[in-house]
Design a protein around this ligand. Structure first.
Ligand code: CA
Length: 372
């Protein structure tokens, strides 16, 4: 024992030696008990359920939470196992938030803008028209105060939110008629949800909300004239090129849609610190992973749409985008004026967007223009 050697080498008297020995033993006992409680924690296993708003294994959106679960299982050596459920398997797609909030399940994977009826400010945490790109969104969340605000928005629901993947800039959508001017938006029946839909309405169109599974038939039968979905990768898989003539860009309405992991706070609090860290790190890895996957699969799908299926890919006219932008700014400001917390989030979001816009004008944007 080290203490005994120390006593001997110092030539201490019996009392001093005894005191030192007792102190040493207490310290050792404390260390041992800390080690054994840490060991007990190391042996404790947790089984979580994660519900999603996507069909099981849906490319990109649905495969991301599966990868997350695999990663957590591996990193924790099986101490935290997470079973992933597709939409409707345990709870319907749009009840993910409630299930996590009530603790029916420990985790969810979805999009924050679906919960605008519960917390209007949540809309800023997926994507808003003419808002932030994926890179900018991740910057705002992680280093620009976005995460703290997001936690504040979800606090009344007992939910800890974490970024859970990003599609990057989406496509403008599939149209059965040409859009050559703002006048062509008049009476246009388009599947486009959320704030983008409200903007289209103000431009004279008729927004329609349809689940993904009904888009193809609605376009085929002429029930709608146009639709947005995600981007080349998911749109190709849906076969939308078979039922619409023109594929427009860019997706002004969803410039970088960020997905979310939602975690039941009491369940998270029960995890030892190292497992909490594993959950956070795995979520962060998946957030970047999804963007990398979309970047790669979208570009190969774009080539296939163009070369194999002869799709007409064209940009929206500049004046159409200008009008949509003016209307978007109006609608987004109105959303923000609805309640105090939305306004607080909007101010932070807007300041970040204005500043990053100036920076990206001389970096990403300038470089991409120079490269092309
Ligand atoms: Ca979309």
């Amino acid at each position: 024992m080290k203490i005994k050697t120390l006593v001997k080498s110092l030539g201490l008297g019996a009392i001093a030696a005894a005191a030192l020995l007792t102190a040493g033993c207490n310290k050792e006992a404390q260390t041992e008990s800390a080690q054994s409680s840490a060991a007990a924690q190391q042996q404790q296993t947790f089984k979580w359920k994660l519900v999603t708003s996507w069909p099981k294994n849906f490319p990109g959106l649905g495969t991301a939470p599966e990868r997350f679960a695999d990663m957590v299982n591996e990193m924790s050596a099986g101490r935290l196992t997470i079973k992933v459920y597709g939409a409707g398997e345990l709870v319907p797609a749009l009840q993910v938030f409630d299930a996590v909030s009530q603790g029916t399940v420990e985790m969810g994977h979805s999009g924050a803008y679906y919960w605008k009826g519960k917390a209007p400010a949540s809309q800023f945490f997926t994507s808003v028209p003419f808002g932030l790109t994926a890179q900018e969104m991740h910057g705002w969340i992680q280093y620009g105060g976005g995460q703290q605000l997001w936690e504040e928005v979800y606090a009344p629901f007992n939910i800890l939110p974490l970024a859970g993947g990003n599609t990057g800039v989406q496509m403008g959508g599939w149209f059965n008629k040409e859009i050559n001017s703002v006048a062509d938006l008049q009476g246009l029946k388009m599947r486009i949800p959320g704030i983008g839909g409200e903007v289209l309405k103000r431009a004279g169109g008729t927004p329609v909300t349809l689940p993904g599974g009904e888009i193809f038939t609605s376009l085929q039968t002429g029930a709608i004239d146009a639709t947005e979905w995600v981007g080349p990768y998911n749109d190709l898989a849906f076969g939308l090129y078979k039922v619409a003539k023109h594929y427009y860009y860019p997706g002004w309405h969803e410039p970088g849609s960020m997905m979310e992991f939602t975690i039941n706070k009491p369940a998270f609090a029960k995890l030892p610190k190292d497992l909490q860290a594993i959950v956070r790190v795995a979520a962060q890895a998946i957030n970047q992973d999804m963007l990398n996957e979309y970047t790669t699969r979208n570009q190969t799908a774009l080539i296939e749409l163009k070369e194999k299926h002869g799709v007409d890919i064209r940009p929206f006219p500049a004046d159409v985008l200008d009008t949509l932008k003016t209307l978007s700014d109006e609608v987004v400001a109105e959303v923000a004026s609805g309640d105090e917390l939305s306004n607080k989030v909007y101010q932070s979001f807007k300041n970040y967007r204005d500043q990053v816009k100036a920076y990206h004008a001389v970096s990403e944007q300038a470089y991409i223009n120079a490269r092309d």
